[in-house]
Write a protein that binds this ligand. Structure first.
Ligand SMILES: CC(C)(COP(=O)(O)OP(=O)(O)OC[C@H]1O[C@@H](n2cnc3c(N)ncnc32)[C@H](O)[C@@H]1OP(=O)(O)O)[C@@H](O)C(=O)NCCC(=O)NCCS
Length: 374
């Protein structure tokens, strides 16, 4: 039997209820907010008449026609946002949400969405809830991740928005899924490394990243780098780094001079098997080579991998003829374990790779005496 009006649901802090006429001004503020306009299909320009029609017509109609179960989110006695489940009677619904700017970052949305999905599964008998967001809407993705949604992929040109088709992420929460994150969402820590600082890459680093990655020596040895390497390549690397953090699969740092924050290189870990191993990789800006930047940065990442990630082994490799890179690995305390024939992608194709690793116990034993060439 269809539910014809919104029930009231509460966890004692946040309440979900039917929209009301006195929500209109706050709905208007929410829909004029740039993040709402960027990431949702809210009409632009937006005005008070549209806000009034949203609370008095659009939301009640969704209930009356049994196609969208829309709730006003209320906290502290005030309208704080809207969340809904759009369904077609199949047992699957799509979740949608938007918050008033002044409650973002307060946990209100998380509480509201938990009430909504619990109600959808338990009271409305849903078996699956789908989530869609335009690629890049990290705040929405984090909210979905917190609820336990599995983020299953990117669909090109998936969602219409004001005449455009937006690439979108898609995820699903099944009734039987745990309503908790399925994997960690990493935060890039700042690491201090013997006169260097490792921090999260930022948009403002793009010009230096382009210089470092388009340098002929970088290009020669790192065959996986786009060629030519331009600003779009650097932006793609930044986006891939966000993805690695959000999926718990890796962390990238830029290595900077603490005095002026100038980017001297980059370093990162990836290919992580929890409790077992991960791999490290690095790159130095041509102006900063020969000063132990990559060695010191790699040492800092090894410490992070052993002490924070808890791996037993860290791996790395360099093209066998890339003498400078092999020295970095040796200086960082890693041991060459052999040569893998044609194991390295280089600009000209493939080349033999020199394989390196260090075990946690060796690293602990050698840590205090490790010295890095400057
Ligand atoms: C999506 C929305 C409802 C989430 O509400 P919220 O959780 O209160 O939102 P916040 O802005 O505080 O962001 C949530 C988290 O995302 C994180 N986040 C935001 N931008 C990020 C970015 N670029 N990279 C990584 N994380 C990011 C925030 O740090 C925050 O993390 P925390 O909770 O661990 O501190 C709210 O941002 C909103 O109304 N956005 C506009 C409408 C919208 O996008 N709706 C969803 C359409 S699919």
């Amino acid at each position: 039997m269809p539910a014809l009006a919104a029930p009231t649901l509460t966890d004692g802090t946040v309440t979900l209820r039917a929209h009301r006429r006195d929500d209109t001004d706050r709905v208007l503020e929410q829909c004029l907010d740039p993040a709402s306009q960027r990431w949702t299909t809210v009409p632009v320009p937006y005005d008070r008449e549209l806000a009034l029609s949203f609370v008095e017509d659009l939301m009640p109609q969704g209930w009356a026609e049994d196609r969208e179960w829309g709730f006003a989110i209320e906290v502290g006695g005030r309208y704080a946002g809207t969340c809904s489940l759009r369904h077609d009677g199949s047992g699957r619904a799509e979740i949608a949400y938007a918050a008033h700017p002044d409650v973002r970052g307060t946990g209100t949305v998380g509480r509201a969405l938990r009430l909504l999905v619990d109600w959808g599964f338990e009271d409305r008998g849903l078996r699956a809830i789908g989530w869609w967001a335009h690629v890049g809407n990290w705040a929405s993705r984090k909210a979905a991740w917190r609820l336990g949604f599995g983020i299953e992929g990117t669909v090109r040109a998936a969602q219409p928005q004001r005449g455009e088709l937006r690439d979108s992420w898609v995820g699903t929460l099944l009734r039987e899924d745990p309503r908790a994150p399925t994997h960690p969402w990493l935060v890039t820590p700042v690491l201090e490394a013997d006169g260097l600082r490792l921090r999260a890459p930022e948009e403002s680093d793009v010009p230096r990243i382009v210089q470092a990655c388009s340098d002929p020596v970088s290009q020669r040895w790192l065959g996986q780098l786009p060629s030519p390497y331009d600003e779009a390549s650097a932006h793609a690397w930044l986006a891939a780094g966000h993805e690695r953090l959000a999926t718990g699969t890796g962390t990238d740092w830029v290595v900077v001079d603490p005095a002026d924050d100038l980017v001297l290189g980059s370093v990162g870990w990836f290919a992580h098997t929890p409790g077992v191993e991960c791999e490290v990789g690095y790159l130095t800006h041509p102006s900063a080579r020969g000063r132990g930047v990559a060695s010191r940065a790699t040492q800092a990442v090894l410490r992070h991998a052993f002490e924070q990630l808890g791996v037993r082994r860290v791996r790395a490799f360099a093209a066998a003829e890339n003498t400078a890179s092999r020295q970095v690995l040796q200086a960082a305390g890693m041991t060459c374990t052999g040569i893998e024939r044609l194991g390295a992608r280089v600009r000209d194709g493939v080349a033999d790779a020199a394989l390196y690793d260090v075990l946690a116990e060796d690293w602990r034993a050698g840590r205090s005496s490790a010295s890095v060439r400057r």
